[in-house]
Design a protein around this ligand. Structure first.
Ligand SMILES: Cc1ncc(COP(=O)(O)O)c(C=O)c1O
Length: 343
């Protein structure tokens, strides 16, 4: 992705809409990190990591959790834990695990991926899942796992649509994974409980470095035997960390203080979408706004906004703008004023 970073100093940035991964720990989160009880997690004795893993496993109604440095590694370790080399993972063509993880399931996991079309609402169609299943024949990879995602491009897929896809996978005996990089945005928008969504899958990957606001980290939750294998895969991939309680403490703070306020990010996304509507085409979903500027506005949009302290990602023709906890009302007002000045 090309980023319009501009050449201004950090203190000149008024609003960073590139991604919800850009958040920086606030003073309270830093205090929680500084005060965290630590140990060597590869010896299993970092109490803060253990607390985070147990808390999320419990919240999601699963046996166990494992703390990973990133969402990509969590997804990959999960697939490797449940599939043998040569097995097939069915997933969405636009889903991160297929489209945005550098082909790691194939390159590092030896897995075959079957990407399916993604419906308008972000879901996979049960009929497509059934049609993708391979018969038990030496010519084919063994269909082993269905990897779902929610939210997808900001869209919170309704539970009945998730259930329908999950059922198609279950009927075929597939293991079910949910890439919940923005799980908490999904349940906030759907108004459902953690377990309503997490209960549809065997394993769920929960990113803490996006809307939750922590500097790094993802927890994978699921059945104990699968998580034991995923922990081994984490080591294999070089993701075993030591005093990672400093990161887990940030995540615990975010789960307590940031997640309950996530609806504010969604509300600001609605406000931004409304403000941009006269300037081009706009769609909004949870914390994301997708903006296709009218021709007059589009020219040099990134550098012109950067000059006003507003950071956006490059996109052509559509630009993704992402709300997060570091965009408060004042930052949003600056961004809106900067966009309006382009018209
Ligand atoms: C849906 C989805 N899954 C997984 C990831 C990977 O997370 P990470 O960047 O921590 O590897 C992302 C990152 O943006 C994502 O959007």
């Amino acid at each position: 992705m090309v980023l319009y970073s501009g050449s201004f100093a950090a203190q000149d940035v008024l609003c960073d809409l590139r991604s919800d991964t850009v958040t920086k720990p606030c003073a309270e989160m830093r205090a929680a990190m500084a005060g965290a009880e630590l140990g060597d997690d590869c010896y299993g004795d970092d109490p803060t990591v253990a607390r985070l893993e147990a808390q999320l496993a419990d919240r999601m109604g699963k046996d166990a959790g494992v703390f990973f440095p990133t969402g990509c590694m969590s997804n990959l370790a999960c697939l490797m834990a449940q599939c043998a080399r040569g097995d097939e993972v069915i997933t969405g063509r636009d889903y991160h695990v297929y489209a945005d993880e550098a082909g790691s399931p194939s390159v590092l996991g030896g897995l075959s991926l079957e990407p399916l079309p993604v419906a308008e609402d972000g879901a996979l169609e049960p009929g497509d899942i059934r049609a993708a299943l391979k018969p038990d024949d030496q010519h084919y990879a063994v269909s082993r796992l269905l990897s779902l995602e929610n939210t997808v491009g900001g869209r919170a897929i309704p539970l009945p649509r998730m259930q329908a896809a999950a059922e198609a996978g279950r009927e075929a005996g597939l293991a079910l994974h949910l890439d919940g990089a923005r799980f908490f945005n999904a349940i906030t928008a759907l108004g459902c409980t953690d377990t309503d969504l997490a209960g549809l899958a065997d394993t769920v990957s929960l990113c803490l470095s996006k809307g939750v606001g922590a500097p790094a980290g993802t927890v994978l939750v699921g059945p104990a035997p699968v998580l034991a294998k995923a922990r081994r895969a984490r080591k294999l991939l070089g993701g075993g960390m030591r005093q990672s309680g400093v990161l887990a403490a940030a995540a615990l703070w975010g789960l307590e203080h940031v997640v309950p306020r996530m609806a504010e990010d969604h509300a600001r996304a609605v406000d931004l979408a409304e403000a941009l509507r006269p300037l081009g085409q706009v769609r909004q979903a949870t914390n994301m706004v997708f903006f296709t500027p009218a021709d007059a506005v589009a020219a040099e949009i990134g550098p012109r906004l950067a000059a006003q302290g507003i950071r956006i990602s490059a996109g052509s023709p559509e630009i993704r703008l992402v709300l997060h906890r570091d965009v408060d009302d004042a930052a949003l007002a600056s961004a809106i004023a900067a966009f309006q000045s382009l018209g």
